[in-house]
Design a protein around this ligand. Sequence first.
Ligand SMILES: Nc1nc2c(c(=O)[nH]1)N[C@H]1C(S)=C(S)[C@@H](COP(=O)(O)OP(=O)(O)OC[C@H]3O[C@@H](n4cnc5c(=O)[nH]c(N)nc54)[C@H](O)[C@@H]3O)O[C@H]1N2
Ligand SMILES: Nc1nc2c(c(=O)[nH]1)N[C@H]1C(S)=C(S)[C@@H](COP(=O)(O)OP(=O)(O)OC[C@H]3O[C@@H](n4cnc5c(=O)[nH]c(N)nc54)[C@H](O)[C@@H]3O)O[C@H]1N2
Ligand code: SF4
Ligand SMILES: [Mo]
Length: 827
Amino acid sequence: MGIIERIFQPAVSRRRFLQATAATGAAATVVGGTTLRETRAQAPAAAAAETKITKNICHQCPARCGIDVYTTNGKVHAIYGNTDHPIANGKLCPKGPLGTYILYDPDRFKSPMKRTNPNKGRNEDPKFVPISWDEALQTVADRLNMLRDKNESHRFALLYGRGWGASCAGLQGTFGKLYGSPNVAIGHSSMCSDGSIKSKQATDGNGSYNAHDYRNTNYLLLMGCGFLEAFRPYNYVMQMWGHMRSKSPKTRVTAVDVHMNTTLAASDRALMIKPGTDGAFALAVAHVILTKGLWERSFVGDFKDGENRFKAGETVDPELFQEKWTRGLVEWWNIELKDRTPEWAEGITTILARDIIATATEFGSTRPAMAIFERGVHAHSNGILNGMAVHSLNALVGSLFAEGGMMYQMGPSYGAMPVDEADFMDDYAKDGPWKSQPRIDLKGHEDGYLMANNMMQEVGPNSLAGKPYKLDTIMFYLNNAVWTAPNGQQWEEALKELFVIDTSPFPGETAMMADIILPDHTFLERLQDAPTYPFEGWPLAQLRVPAIKPLYDTKYYGDTLIEIGKRMKGSMGAYYKELKDSENVIRHLAKGFEADPGDNGVKDFESWKEKGVWYKKRYLWQQRNGDFFEWDGKAYAKPMSADEVKAKLLKTPSGKFEFRSGWLEAKADWIASKTGRDRAKLMFPHWEEPQNPGGGDMFMVTPKVAMHAEGRGSNLPHAISLLQPVMGGRDQAYIEIHPETAKQRGIADGDRVRVKTSVGSIEGVCRLFEGVRPDTLVYPMEHGHWAQGRWAKGRGPGHSGDITVNQSDRITGQCNYYSTKVTIEKA
Ligand SMILES: Nc1nc2c(c(=O)[nH]1)N[C@H]1C(S)=C(S)[C@@H](COP(=O)(O)OP(=O)(O)OC[C@H]3O[C@@H](n4cnc5c(=O)[nH]c(N)nc54)[C@H](O)[C@@H]3O)O[C@H]1N2
Ligand SMILES: Nc1nc2c(c(=O)[nH]1)N[C@H]1C(S)=C(S)[C@@H](COP(=O)(O)OP(=O)(O)OC[C@H]3O[C@@H](n4cnc5c(=O)[nH]c(N)nc54)[C@H](O)[C@@H]3O)O[C@H]1N2
Ligand code: SF4
Ligand SMILES: [Mo]
């Protein structure tokens, strides 16, 4: 007799056992309606239960790690890293295995619903009632048809955040064109990291994040990026860290941030900079590289006679320098760099000149080296200038497209869409009155953000103010701007006036403001494509394969969009009927693999489903000692002409890396009029004081931490428990300030404090920490949800968005999350 039987049998008869479990509701001891003993008796049958493994990718951040999803008897019970997936390599970050919490979240929406409480607000119960999919989709389509009939189709906006691929976010552009709205679709990129994308656009002509060759690099200068907390692709970057820090020679790391985070703690040199001043630091590093003669001559070029004339404070005759793959170096020196000495930068950044010189000397004399920056550098009013200054360091040491350097991500060999939208454009779509309407966010507009990609943070406030007009209907896909945008209070007011459609599978702040819910399948229930975010440059495309049938009456967002499309009048409806469904789209994408099979044998839809990932492990180009080569099938041996380099790699007006940015120069009048920048200087990376709104005397930064899953992981109990050691337990998150600062204000460790700005006020508990700058308060963003499920809701302290001022970089459109200044006092 086994131990279990011995404990149970004498003490509990079958009858009494069933009574006991019924009374206490201890259902776990009853398996499928039979007792433990009966289950054991049926052991052979249970053993026959099959565990199915399906391929998918994690949903919690843009790393897009490949996962193996284990399902037994229809229940998903484990998520592991896919060992054959080049990003995951069998590993996951601690968030990856928690995906089952999302699938089995008890707060999930179970079917489409409509609101019955006309009042909207933080404390208003929407009083949702279930409706059928047909009613839900028809309600939306009727509304859209009605707007189009009234020539007001521009008053429909579709907002999206973490779109994944061609079968979801990829469908939206066509929807906007066929329907006729400039506001379909508006992405969240300006609230995310457009500052980095645009800094690269301005200098090397690639409006994109970089891919990196970490394996072969020997030096990393990390600025304002949470390399070991966030950045992208997070799990892969951590694996690369292990490689870089254990190889010989070890990759040396200097990290620059405003507080002692994991990245700084793990680096060789940790520098805590005054917020918004990274541009000054990078300019001084460039100054030292030039005065010390450390630049890469094979890429940048040299003085014709080989004599270095870069001396602090002295101008140089441009005629004396022969540039190679860069444009405007001597002009940049003369107009800006010559005065940007380490001593000057010390006064601006508070980083000692000694440390700037040491960093510059190491960076300039170690090859290959990379300078990597993210939101800490560019989420400020001077973000474009800071970003350009940092990226210019990569050109100075010749890291672009080099081994151990950085490049740009190639896209997958997808097949064509099943139907051509051009055949379905009616007169209204081609030339309707909507064509003369600006975008609601004034992206691309002289009075707004002419050069930006998106301006999501302006949508709510602009609609509320009726400038340029009021929206009528707004739909959200994987986006919660009412909570993630700065000064979300304005969004709450804006959404009260609009017909709001949300597609989230579970409650969030947006859903609580919604009039209709069209719930998506969770990621483990849906078939969805997702090409990779930039990582090593060579192309990769992944597939989410449903692990189980959807638990509830939900619908994949791609199909929701297609089904609304089918209910639209005229040729738009005809297009969607012919498109059929999202699976048809994905099957057509996979046709591209027939002609270009992946390294792992993926050659069609079925093999893609089986392996979950298609990839081709070869980046096609390389820069070596100032010459560019294309892969010829065996080696990087085919020399590239300057024209080929311009077409494929350095996509600037000059075909070179531009210290003097042609992209900015082309809009010089507009930039000068809107920013007040000097017309002679505005196209060069240069120093400009950041603008800090809010009216306070302390900087506030809201960084991402490792357990943070964008704005949508707050209802994962396990993630919350792992966050506690970092951010405090007892249902609290701590606001970190320096002990000296606290002392001056009469604040003790653990005191309740109030943090205020010109737009709002929140309360929280204070924690004293020597690892923060004395002028800066650190408060990670995940907290302060007022919706999102039982574990997320009401967890203190307040939400940082309530006190963040909505200010943007005029050129990149990047929302300045890290610029607001706050006051802090005892509550
Ligand atoms: N764990 C996790 N990883 C993620 C995500 C996630 O939600 N969770 N989200 C992904 C997304 S959407 C993005 S956009 C990326 C963002 O990746 P990152 O940009 O790397 O992340 P952030 O935490 O926004 O900001 C980076 C750092 O900037 C610092 N900082 C603030 N102001 C300054 C400054 O003026 N100068 C300097 N030098 N530093 C400053 C902050 O303290 C913070 O440590 O992360 C991605 N990866
Ligand atoms: N203070 C502060 N604010 C920040 C940042 C910061 O560091 N500090 N970071 C910024 C950055 S980098 C970014 S990228 C943005 C992100 O901001 P958002 O683009 O708003 O993204 P999320 O917060 O992830 O919101 C996701 C929404 O989608 C819903 N959702 C979740 N899963 C699914 C699904 O499977 N299908 C569908 N259809 N919906 C789903 C959720 O309910 C939620 O409403 O936030 C920005 N805001
Ligand atoms: S790094 Fe991102 S995608 Fe990968 S397991 Fe973690 S949360 Fe998921
Ligand atoms: Mo982001």
